[in-house]
Design a binder for this molecule. Structure first.
Ligand code: AMP
Length: 276
């Protein structure tokens, strides 16, 4: 595995390789969720590029950019073991040199849900992802369903700007007890980790009522809310899985998305409810 830190070195390295290039963007502190993306990229591509960059522009002023967990040595080892060919780990100055002035704003899908609670977050995401696409020029890029709104924003970005990349979405990887894997789970005390289970429990409760025939949105949300218990969500919402437009009934593929603060960790999770 080659470690590169500049765009020039990334381009020079990729120029020496041939075949289908897969990009897996990450902020590091790798867990099984990231590894599932890397494995799929390894299966489907000739060249696997992983980016490792904690992107300051997607964190709000009062968010956890400074505290975000980092362990480049471990990430490097795990990336090598997962068969990554090129690890791109640039500095902040490399990505945002003096004078950097451009922001990409994807309207519509970036509003509501996390967008309502994290002003500017999806502008930061769209801008870095667009830059990474231009830096690595991948044929395919891999993202996790765990960040469903991020996927919707990136799909819209790619369509709107005619970026020649295929977007592959991988299922959410969970701990055996249901907790969606996240680098931010590192913030949880043992007691908070138990409380955090309410998120996946709420999604499962919704799945169960839908499986037993319930289609009314309010009833499905009520089942999820009951399973959240005393955990107050930032949001708990049903949206069309395609374009994130609000829905009142579960029809076809419907996204149920939830976010909540547990201790200092802001956690998100979602499930796609399938109704015939
Ligand atoms: P992050 O490092 O948190 O920015 O995540 C990098 C990529 O891994 C994103 O595409 C995430 O959606 C994806 N990812 C994070 N957690 C999971 C998970 N539990 N299951 C599947 N993909 C995930």
């Amino acid at each position: 595995m080659k470690l590169v830190r500049t765009v020039a070195d990334l381009r020079a390295d990729l120029a020496e390789r041939s075949g289908r290039v897969g990009l897996v963007p990450t902020m590091g502190y790798l867990h099984e969720g990231h590894l599932s993306l890397l494995r799929r990229a390894r299966e489907e591509c000739d060249v696997v590029v992983m980016s490792l960059f904690v992107n300051p522009r997607q964190f709000g002023p009062n968010e956890d950019f400074e505290a975000y967990p980092r362990d480049e040595e471990r990430d490097t080892r795990l990336a090598r073991e997962a068969g990554v060919d090129v690890l791109f780990a640039p500095s902040i100055e490399e990505v945002y040199p003096d004078g950097f002035s451009t922001t990409i704003h994807v309207a519509g899908v970036s509003e509501g849900l996390c967008g309502a609670h994290r002003p500017g977050h999806f502008d930061g995401v769209a801008t870095i992802v667009c830059k990474l696409f231009n830096m690595a020029r991948p044929d395919v890029a891999y993202f996790g369903q765990k960040d469903a709104q991020q996927v919707a924003v990136i799909r819209r970005l790619v369509r709107d700007l005619d970026i020649p990349v295929e977007i592959a979405v991988c299922p959410t990887v969970r701990e055996p007890d249901g907790l969606a894997m996240s680098s931010r789970n590192a913030y949880l005390s043992p007691e908070e980790r138990q409380r955090a289970l309410a998120l996946s429990r709420a999604l499962r409760a919704a799945e169960e009522v839908v499986a037993s025939g319930e289609r009314d949105g309010e009833a499905v949300l009520a089942a999820a809310r009951a399973a959240l218990g005393d955990l107050e969500p930032e949001y708990l919402e049903l949206r069309s899985a395609d374009d994130l437009s609000p829905v009142e009934r579960v029809n076809g593929s419907t996204l149920l998305a939830v976010a909540a603060k547990v201790g200092r960790a802001r956690l998100i999770d979602n499930v796609v409810l399938e109704a015939e």
